[in-house]
Design a protein. Structure first.
Length: 319
């Protein structure tokens, strides 16, 4: 068997004394799409930023590592990370309007990557930037390459972000909420585009999302995060049809259905705990309808469940 393209082992992240990610592990195989899901505050984006070496000021990896094709990226100096970012790994950020530079044309922003990593001169980089915009299906790419971000629609800005990320054909593409704030039609177009580019370039995709519909449509495997820890893992088909963790079941129950009478959606009571008030045991226990007294005693281990794992003592009762 070939080694995974990306391996995250026991990754923990802190800001000062506050831990925001703890003991997170998963693998991503070549050509695979791995969905990372959970509510806001679960640690999804922080995991991606740690892999890219882009943690906010004050954030640091306190334990564990992330390894990309044999290179421990979480231990690299900034100079080496700059050579990797954009070439072997790239990221589509969550909000293109704030991620794109408003005073540079989209062509200039794509060309910067091409000149730095592929050594193209200014004219060749401009031509290639137009080709990349055409690749991501922006009409009239040779003209739109000289547009500024505010001259593009929301969907076109997202496509421009994808063009920047794909400029050097990275092996790993991290897509952080790539369809946020887009309407359903545009969202479907972005997912179709990513699906086609993944097949064309043989990329692996780490898909960060809170939308389980996107996961069902696009991901091969899933990691569910809650309050900075792994709650459940498995193939998308099995996890979505037979969820083992109460948190995963609660997320799925909150999805509106179109095949029955209109009813109030069940909501998960409470909120994700802040880093300074984490429960001592299972972090979901205060919100869990199936919690036992033992859930508050110690963090549950990840136990085998179907084709994956789940961090819940209820699995021990079933066994």
């Amino acid at each position: 068997m070939t080694a995974p393209l990306l391996t995250v082992q026991n990754l923990s992240i802190a800001f000062g004394p506050l831990r925001v990610l703890e003991d997170v592990s998963f693998t991503l195989n070549a050509g695979e799409v791995l969905g990372v899901v959970g509510e806001s505050g679960s640690g999804k984006s922080m995991t991606a930023l740690a892999i890219m070496g882009l943690l906010p000021p004050g954030g640091r990896v306190t334990a564990g590592r992330a390894t990309l094709e044999g290179t421990v990226v979480t231990q690299l100096p900034e100079r080496d990370l700059q050579r990797l970012r954009g070439s072997r790994m790239a990221m589509i950020f969550q909000e293109p309007m704030t991620s794109l530079n408003p005073v540079l044309t989209v062509g200039e922003q794509i060309a910067e990557v091409l000149r730095r990593h592929r050594g193209l001169d200014r004219r060749a980089a401009h031509r290639e930037a137009a080709s990349l915009l055409s690749l991501v299906e922006i009409p009239n790419a040779t003209r739109r390459v000289d547009d500024y971000p505010h001259q593009l629609s929301g969907g076109q800005r997202q496509r421009a972000m994808i063009a920047i990320a794909l400029a050097c054909r990275p092996r790993l593409l991290i897509a952080d909420e790539p369809t946020t704030a887009l309407d359903a039609t545009v969202q479907a177009g972005i997912l179709d585009l990513l699906r086609g580019l993944r097949a064309e370039f043989g990329m692996s995709v780490l898909l960060i999302t809170h939308d389980l519909g996107v996961v069902a449509d696009f991901a091969d495997r899933v990691v569910v995060l809650y309050a900075g820890r792994v709650a459940e893992t498995g193939t998308a088909a099995n996890l979505l049809s037979h969820p083992a963790h109460p948190y995963t079941r609660a997320l799925l129950a909150a999805i509106p259905r179109l095949d029955g009478p209109v009813a109030d959606l069940p909501a998960i009571p409470g909120t994700v705990p802040p880093p300074w008030a984490m429960p001592a045991g299972c972090r979901f226990a205060p919100r869990c309808a199936e919690a036992r007294p033992a859930c508050s005693a110690a963090p549950p281990p990840l136990l085998p469940s179907g084709d994956g794992t789940a961090a819940c003592i209820l699995l021990e009762e079933v066994a």
